[in-house]
Design a protein around this ligand. Structure first.
Ligand SMILES: [Zn+2]
Length: 419
């Protein structure tokens, strides 16, 4: 269909290479524009087909955003953004689309314009699109911030009430999340209303201003936040439930394979052993040990001592430990549902083989008409096959548990619980 030259001549001069870098940047924008057109058309065709088939309006388009995301090798939860952006560009923002299509605006900057104008009516959005294009004159020298700020300013002028309402809606999305940081650390992020967030930060800074015990400002602020939120001293271990999975050989100090904390990721062996030591030293905490078994060939988890009898809680725990994150391809969200790959109603069993750890969005997506999920367990490798309504097939293989693969057939799960 399309044929581009993507070869890079090793003999090319610097000037030629610079030209190539520029050209490829333009191609990425053009490809993004074509992808948006294809996406919007796909959605329109799906809607027409569903209407013709008599699908009620409220049930149309179910699962389509997940299909779009998977086709882009992205997490299904991102599909909404991709489809929303495609529709906005194709139907409501001809100038922004033209800038993307000509290669002068990047896909990310087009997304910023779409995002900042999302609260506007179609008519206002058309006005913004024309005004921004007039103002930008080709977007020369405009960075990400400038693009977002100009779009935001026009949006606020066109419909101040819509912006206020959007801000009020955003308050509903307040939340706390974590993501791993290097060296056994973690980022804890609060998404909260501006005034509250700035107030919280100012309170921590005030604490650092009056402290003066030799700790750095950052250390005082972090310790204070921990003390006030947990009600414990900053040197006391957290009063929480924490699972730690490590090979028996690592537990006993015979090797240094990283352990895994579900929801966090790999933890160096030394840090894991220290966590266990701290838990054992803390009289209030109790550490319990569970033995898990892995397949001799694939190294994947195949069974869990005793807990399998506490059905279905034990089975859910086992699936959570095996899958670690949502099993839909490209989705790494936290597991919220333990679900049947083949549904109950179609004769699917409640078993480790037919069980899958999924996030909420993916669980609902796979329930949409035309989706099929199968699991198999050849050679101890748990594989889930996702087939979409357009017959695309995606595979997801359960990740390996901690420890070296060949030599250890059991691994230990250490669970810390507060008394
Ligand atoms: Zn998911």
């Amino acid at each position: 269909m399309f044929e581009f030259m993507f070869d890079v001549d090793p003999e090319a001069s610097e000037k030629e290479l610079r030209t190539l870098v520029e050209r490829f940047e333009g191609l990425k924008s053009k490809a993004a524009a074509a992808q948006a057109r294809a996406t919007a058309l796909w959605a329109a065709k799906r809607a027409a087909a569903e209407q013709a088939a008599g699908v009620p309006a409220r049930r149309r388009g179910k699962g389509l955003t997940a299909e779009i995301a998977l086709a882009r090798r992205d997490a299904p939860a991102c599909g909404n953004t991709h489809l929303g952006m495609a529709r906005a560009l194709v139907e409501e923002m001809p100038h922004t689309m033209a800038a993307l299509e000509s290669g002068i605006l990047s896909e990310y900057r087009a997304l910023l314009v779409v995002r900042e104008s999302a609260c506007l009516s179609v008519q206002d959005r058309l006005t913004l699109d024309a005004e921004l294009s007039e103002l930008a004159q080709g977007f020369h020298g405009w960075g990400n911030r400038r693009v977002a700020a100009e779009a935001k300013a026009i949006t606020a002028r066109l419909d101040a009430a819509a912006v206020v309402e959007r801000n009020n809606k955003a308050v509903k999305d307040r939340c706390v999340t974590t993501r791993p940081a290097p060296n056994g650390m973690v980022y804890v992020t609060f998404l909260m209303p501006l005034a509250q967030g700035i107030g919280m930060y100012a309170a921590l800074k005030r604490e650092a201003d009056v402290c003066g015990d030799g700790r750095s400002r950052g250390q005082v602020m972090c310790d204070t936040a921990y003390e006030r939120i947990t009600g414990r001293g900053s040197t006391e271990p957290a009063e929480v439930h924490l699972n730690l999975v490590m090979a028996d050989t690592t537990f006993s100090g015979r090797d240094d394979c990283p352990a895994v904390v579900p929801g966090y990721g790999p933890v160096p062996a030394a840090v894991a052993r220290q966590l266990i030591g701290d838990a054992l030293a803390d009289e209030q905490a109790k550490a319990t040990l569970r033995r898990l078994y892995r397949h001799p060939k694939s190294g994947q988890l195949v069974a869990m001592e005793s807990a399998a009898r506490i059905f279905p809680k034990g089975l859910a725990m086992f699936i959570g430990l095996r899958d670690q994150t949502c099993r839909t391809p490209y989705c790494n969200a936290e597991i919220r549902h333990h679900d049947h790959a083949t549904p109950d109603r179609d004769g699917g069993q409640t078993s480790a083989l037919n069980g899958l750890g999924l996030c909420e969005a993916c669980n609902y997506a796979k329930e949409a008409p035309g989706w099929k999920v199968n699991t198999r367990d050849g050679d101890g490798t748990h594989t889930a096959q996702f087939v979409t309504p357009t017959c695309a097939t995606y595979y997801s293989i359960a990740p390996p548990p901690p420890g070296t693969r060949i030599t250890h057939h059991t691994i230990d799960l250490v669970t810390f619980e507060a008394a």
